[in-house]
Design a protein around this ligand. Structure first.
Ligand code: ADP
Ligand code: MG
Ligand code: ZN
Length: 531
């Protein structure tokens, strides 16, 4: 194990991030095969093109190009007049053509930037490039029948469109690196370029980490870390790597330029391969595809179609809706939450936007997260019109806040309408005094000790009694009303009959148990209508 944070102050971490994302398209990059490989049995989404049969030719997926252009524009990058496809050659069982069609020196977009917040303030990182390429097949290594290791290959992923986004080595903490990856994901979700779910490989983050002595310019030896499959792992892996390198440097051990993997269970990085055997990819222009010239009118259409980006949205939620910076970030940070919030606002403009936001950031996100970490929350069936209805019912006291949560939970799970759920579960709030007074009577009769405590001045018992009434009415009672009725009954008890002492002072007297509060309980009608 590595000792805690050795000599970290002596070195400045230098970090550059490479992120691959699967672009959101129905078909693959250069053929018509479906990209929907999550559920499909292995090798069912293939054709001669993505299996690299001789004589086949690639056809460019227009949608994939648009996603990269939209990303480039959102990152304030430059889109060149002419871009090119290049062959990246290497030999490996996951690569049927023995080359990948990618982009080398003329990517679809270059020299952009992304701004995001960290605990130490805002950071702007330069984006080197965002280019388009195709994914490889997937290798699965497993023990075979005779105990030997077998490797299987699934070509469903072969030829799926991938975008690679690369930053300059300008990040200086593990937190900043994680926040950059999170911000890029939000941006991609907002513009619809990718679903970017890390847990199923739609977004793969690689971190290049080196250290240099503070105050010095030249970069140290860089290590590339892979195999992190959550944002938390990204941060942990980089923290580990910073400590490991600092310790090695302190001990005078040279670092080697290598690729390391992250072992999440053990919390360590380990050597995968040294950069010495890094391949010469022999890039050359792809002869089967012409250079691509993004038409300027097309670019302008894409630019005009860009939605509000996460940073602008956060600012608007803070300034317009009046959310805290934290809540604004939470809300703007989840595409499902944004959609739900905006549609609920449109459905009932009379409602307080802040109140809707509270339901979304509180209850809805809690429920959505339960459906899977970092998953696309659109998997839940929440509907803005229904949320607006729910918030209104709670606002008007027709259902209690507690039951409102129950209704939302059911709505998110089933998609049923809020009114139907309220009716079905019998949750309509009881604000009518008559049934409430009846319930109070029962609770008072069943809890003589609590009642005498209350009369003795222990006002916290009021909460307990209110709770009992809520329980007796299966949460349907209007809690504020119950409290009010209980208080009223207490006040009338304090006026008391003959003994006449105020509630507080009769506390010691056990006789008061059967006193005013208890005895008036028999006559609900008179209590309910007294004032
Ligand atoms: P490769 O293609 O071999 O991975 P690149 O030069 O394209 O190499 O760099 C990849 C990533 O490594 C970029 O994000 C870049 O910012 C980052 N990087 C380059 N040099 C360093 C360094 N000394 N320390 C940390 N990151 C670095
Ligand atoms: Mg690299
Ligand atoms: Zn195909």
């Amino acid at each position: 194990m590595i000792a805690e944070r050795p000599a970290r102050t002596r070195y400045e971490p230098v970090i550059g991030i490479e992120i691959h994302v699967q672009l959101r398209t129905a078909s693959k990059m250069f053929c018509g095969c479906s990209t929907d490989s999550v559920e499909a049995p292995p090798n069912t989404l293939t054709c001669p093109v993505c299996l690299a049969m001789p004589g086949t030719l690639p056809v460019i997926n227009r949608r994939a190009v648009e996603h990269v252009l939209a990303t480039g524009l959102a990152l304030e990058a430059e889109i060149p007049e002419v871009t090119r496809w290049d062959r990246k050659n290497y030999f490996y069982p996951d690569l049927p053509k023995s080359y990948q069609i990618s982009q080398y020196d003329l990517p679809l977009s270059a020299r952009g930037r992304l701004t995001f917040d960290t605990s130490e303030g805002p950071v702007i990182v330069s984006i080197t490039r965002a280019h388009l390429e195709e994914d490889t097949a997937r290798l699965i290594h497993q023990p075979g029948a005779d105990g030997q290791r077998v490797s299987l290959v699934d070509f469903n992923r072969s030829g799926v469109p991938l975008m690679e986004v690369v930053t300059e080595p300008e990040l200086h903490s593990a937190e900043a690196a994680r926040r950059y990856a999170e911000e890029l994901r939000m941006l991609l979700l907002a513009i619809g370029a990718s679903d970017a779910a890390m847990e199923n490989g739609q977004m793969r983050v690689e971190a290049n980490v080196s250290l240099r002595e503070r105050g010095t310019e030249p970069f140290g030896t860089r290590v590339e870390v892979k195999n992190m499959n959550s944002f938390r792992s990204v941060e942990r892996a980089i923290e580990f790597e910073i400590d490991r390198q600092a310790q090695a440097l302190d001990a005078g051990e040279p670092l080697s330029q290598e690729t390391r993997g992250w072992d999440d269970a053990r919390g360590v990085t380990y050597t995968m391969r040294s950069k010495e055997d890094s391949h010469d990819y022999r890039y050359f222009p792809e002869p089967d595809l012409p250079p691509l010239r993004p038409d300027r009118a097309w670019l302008e259409r894409i630019r005009a179609g860009l939605p509000e980006l996460p940073a602008a949205r956060r600012a608007r939620y803070r300034d317009e809706v009046g959310l805290s910076a934290y809540d604004a970030a939470v809300l703007a940070g989840d595409a499902g939450a944004v959609a739900l919030f905006e549609s609920a606002r449109n459905a009932d403009p009379g409602l307080s936007a802040k109140r809707i936001a509270n339901w979304v950031t509180g209850e809805y996100l809690r429920l959505a997260k339960g459906a899977g970490p970092e998953s696309t929350t659109s998997a839940t069936r929440a509907d803005g019109v229904q949320l607006a209805r729910l918030v209104r019912l709670v606002e008007e006291g027709a259902i209690s806040g507690t039951n409102g949560k129950q209704v939302l939970e059911r709505h998110v799970a089933t998609g049923e309408a809020v009114d139907a759920i309220v009716k079905e579960l019998g949750l309509a709030q009881i604000s009518d005094e008559r049934p409430l007074v009846a319930a109070i009577d029962d609770v008072v009769a069943a809890n003589p000790t609590a009642v005498s405590d209350l009369l003795a001045g222990k006002t916290q018992v009021l909460g307990f009694l209110t709770g009992q009434v809520m329980k007796a009415t299966r949460g349907q009672a209007n809690a504020a009303k119950v409290r009010e009725l209980l208080e009223r009954r207490l006040a009338s008890g304090a006026q008391g009959p003959t003994e006449g002492a105020p509630a507080g002072s009769t506390g010691d007297d056990p006789g008061s148990t059967g006193g005013p509060l208890g005895s008036t309980g028999d006559d609900p009608g008179s209590i309910g209508s007294r004032d």
